[in-house]
Design a protein around this ligand. Structure first.
Ligand SMILES: [Zn+2]
Length: 233
């Protein structure tokens, strides 16, 4: 019984901190657990102290406790929160927001996207000021080039002064086939920098293909180079 009593008292102490009487939360922005934080296993609670003006806008946000890789995204989200107006308030009001980043992610594979793996948040509000955050990573099977008004930006191969074409290639954490040959990387840099027969720029597992720019002449030069440097046993 004593144990329950102390728990009850503890809860009583907690509630006023998180309910923050008189402050109305009008809208919120919830950050997902960022990919860099996921990579190093950073998770847990970030405490942010925000200062609010009479209009209900956040004028400053200070993440005073939490994992370093989660503080910046927490600050960026907290400054976008909106609170109820208080025209009578002489002094700026403050609120204590808690983002609790859970240590688990789910993966959702989508067909294609112009964005690389994106982390999105879903929120569970324990109180209006205390949010439990579950992160889902959305991974495209086909990574498209970014488009502007539906069109991919044209790019030039500066080495051959020709406009590049667009292709869809396999993604690979390994280099192009042929790269096992001696001096391949130097030749690639000097003679065929835009052959782009593979996509290997920080891709997430699950991304199978990517749209890329490539230069026709670079690809021809690459084939010639591999042909000339292949050692037949
Ligand atoms: Zn070229």
């Amino acid at each position: 019984m004593k144990r329950y009593l102390s728990l009850f008292i503890l809860l009583l102490f907690c509630v006023p901190v998180y309910s923050q009487a008189g402050l109305e939360v009008v809208s919120t922005v919830i950050p997902p657990r960022s990919l860099p934080a996921q990579a190093v296993g950073g998770f847990g609670q970030v405490d942010v102290l925000v200062t609010i003006d009479a209009e209900g806008n956040v004028v400053s946000a200070d993440p005073f406790k939490g994992h370093p890789l989660l503080k910046n995204i927490s600050r960026a989200a907290a400054v976008k929160w909106k609170f109820g107006k208080d025209a009578n308030s002489a002094a700026p009001r403050t609120a204590h927001i808690i983002f609790n980043f859970l240590n688990s992610e789910s993966v959702q594979i989508i067909e294609k996207s112009e964005n690389k793996t994106e982390a999105v948040a879903s929120a569970n509000f324990l109180t209006p000021f205390w949010v439990e955050i579950t992160t889902t990573n959305i991974v495209p099977e086909l990574l498209l080039l970014p488009r502007e008004k539906g069109k991919v930006t044209a790019l030039m191969c500066l080495l051959h002064q020709e406009e590049m074409m667009i292709d869809i290639v396999k993604t690979s954490i390994y280099s192009d086939p042929g790269s096992e040959l001696e001096n391949y990387e130097e030749a690639e840099k000097d003679e065929f920098p835009n052959a782009n027969t593979r996509f290997r720029d920080g891709i997430e597992p699950g991304t199978k293909q990517a749209e890329i720019h490539y230069c026709k002449t670079c690809r021809l030069k690459r084939e010639q180079w591999i042909h000339e440097h292949k050692v037949d046993n």
